[in-house]
Design a protein around this ligand. Structure first.
Ligand SMILES: Cc1cc2nc3c(=O)[nH]c(=O)nc-3n(C[C@H](O)[C@H](O)[C@H](O)COP(=O)(O)O)c2cc1C
Length: 349
């Protein structure tokens, strides 16, 4: 058994006994220390795919928010994630909301968080990125505005962040869909988004990197349609769907994991249809995935890249190895020599 698989159940049985955020901090510390012992498992070369002009070793990545400060890239790059998204990063360091702000629902393999973009700020995070060994894994940086920045000045925050990270990241994400910064989701409306895209695009002329926007599962079809329109107009590279969902009956913040799955799936299905005629725009699927079978359904529907967060917290690295094992078995059975061939056969079946 691989070292990281064997260790996870022991680690989880301890970590799940303590406060979730403390467990999270402990995990990040452990990750930093453990990198030298982790077994580097080569990825099946058939899993390769190209998207947004980038070459991914497999379709599975880590979602934003787990490594907010880009402290554990070294460890994470050993796991079967082909891409790692760090952040959300804001220009200035900020503490986030008061604790407790992270809650578990173990029976439902779900989490609720109201972290509020706690992070060390762009200068320190850039330093971490520059000093990390990412072993040819794709690195995304998720960008957010500071809480103290009024919404009318938000475009400036995103433009500054883009300029800072574009030379050091493979792709960038405009995040205006977190429910934990007051008024942030208002920026998902037409006017707010337009101003942000325009400000960032002005910097994109000097330094072009794939740029995506992350949307919320709580948006109406009309709102999603207007995001798609703007994504096309401003030539963004893709959309990430979805962030966490609000469920006031459970408390403040955003819910992720299995509870989110159906809502996120509905948003993704709608976007896949809207983007059908725009294959150059990638839809990265995230939100509630907890098994190979669910991801396979997303591939069948038209999706390609996916990200995980909550299911990785509950199931550990074995989930990633399980996905790879089942994908390899399906590719053998379909006699698919590449991931694109696999998708082709899957969508025909
Ligand atoms: C504790 C926690 C913190 C998160 N922080 C961020 C964040 O800073 N930026 C962001 O774009 N998404 C953040 N997310 C959302 C995830 O990236 C992801 O979109 C969401 O959890 C749904 O995926 P999942 O159901 O696989 O967890 C966070 C999620 C959790 C659970």
């Amino acid at each position: 058994m691989k070292f990281q698989n064997a260790l996870y159940p022991i680690f989880k049985s301890l970590a799940f006994k303590v406060d979730p955020e403390f467990a999270h901090e402990l995990t990040l510390k452990a990750m930093k220390q453990l990198s030298p012992w982790v077994e580097n498992v080569p990825t099946d070369p058939r899993f390769k795919l190209t998207s947004m002009g980038l070459s991914f070793k497999s379709p599975v990545g880590l979602a934003a928010g787990l490594d907010k400060n880009a402290e554990a890239i070294g460890f994470l790059s050993y796991l079967p994630f082909s891409f790692i998204e760090v952040g959300t990063v804001t220009p200035l360091q900020q503490k986030g909301n008061d604790k407790p702000r992270l809650f578990r629902y173990p029976e439902e393999e779900s989490l609720r968080n109201c972290m509020g973009f706690n992070n060390n700020g762009m200068e320190k995070i850039l330093h971490n990125i520059q000093n990390a060994n990412r072993r040819e894994k794709i690195l995304g940086v998720n960008l957010g505005k500071n809480k103290v920045t009024p919404n009318e000045d938000a475009p400036k925050d995103y433009a500054v962040l883009y300029e800072k990270f574009a030379p050091h990241a493979d792709y960038l994400v405009i995040n205006v869909s977190s429910p934990n910064t007051p008024g942030l989701r208002d920026l998902l409306q037409d006017k707010g988004l337009k101003e942000i895209f325009a400000a960032v695009n002005a910097r994109r002329i000097q330094f072009t990197r794939p740029l995506l926007v992350k949307v919320s599962p709580d948006m109406s079809e009309e709102e999603l349609r207007s995001v798609v329109k703007l994504v096309k107009e401003y030539q963004l590279s893709g959309i990430i769907a979805t962030n966490t969902t609000i469920m006031p009956e459970r408390g403040q913040g955003g819910v992720s994991g299995k509870i989110l799955f159906e809502k996120a799936k509905k948003t993704r299905s709608f976007l896949l249809k809207e983007l059908k005629d725009s294959p150059e725009i990638e839809l990265i699927g995230v939100g509630g995935f907890s098994s190979y079978e669910e991801i396979k359904d997303y591939w069948k529907e038209g999706g390609r890249l996916v990200q995980l967060y909550s299911a990785f917290v509950f199931q550990g690295p074995s989930l990633l190895f399980d996905i790879e094992k089942k994908l390899a078995a399906d590719m053998d059975q379909m006699k698919a020599a590449s991931f694109d061939e696999f998708l082709h056969s899957l969508r025909k079946s």
